[in-house]
Design a protein around this ligand. Structure first.
Ligand SMILES: [Zn+2]
Length: 164
């Protein structure tokens, strides 16, 4: 393991990852030993530059994600999570609950569709009855059972809701 010599001085209070090159004046990575634009030697060696970067990075826990090859520190991650169910409730929008019943409805629809094929009439009636029962079970479970369970307050609050 190479022993990195401690840099003589690195300004860890400066949060910038970039620096203006003393020779060409263009912005370049602060902890790379050469200027990216003109090749001017900013640090005695890449080992020293790396050690300086580590000292700079360890000075502030917010710099953990920083890379010495970047010109800017990475932005704060944006928390873009939205609880759509809560938001919809707030806005008074009715969302259908997450449910497996649509799959059951589709299975019922499959049997109903099979009943439309011109087999012998008894087979078609049997298929239609099976499909209809599965279809109705799915619809009732989704719309009448799960939906009411998810929005229990929508039916009783006839007296409390109109006051504000
Ligand atoms: Zn330069």
């Amino acid at each position: 393991m190479a022993v990195a010599r401690k840099p003589r001085y690195v300004d860890v209070s400066n949060p910038s990852l970039s620096v203006e090159c003393p020779r060409c004046g263009l912005l370049t990575a602060r902890f790379i030993d050469h200027c990216r634009n003109c090749g001017y030697k900013l640090w005695p060696s890449s080992v020293v530059a790396s050690a300086a970067f580590k000292a700079w990075r360890d000075a502030d826990p917010r710099r953990v994600e920083a890379s010495r090859f970047d010109l800017e520190t990475p932005p704060e991650p944006i928390v873009a999570e939205v609880d759509y169910a809560a938001r919809a409730h707030e806005l008074g929008i009715h969302l259908f609950p997450n449910s497996n019943f649509p799959f059951i409805i589709c299975v019922g629809a499959l049997f109903l569709a099979l009943a439309a094929i011109p087999f012998s009439s008894t087979a078609r009636i049997v298929l239609a009855v099976i499909g209809g029962l599965i279809f109705l079970y799915g619809v009732v479970g989704w719309v009448l059972v799960e939906d009411v369970r998810m929005y229990p307050s929508e039916t009783p609050p006839a007296h409390g809701e109109g006051q504000h």
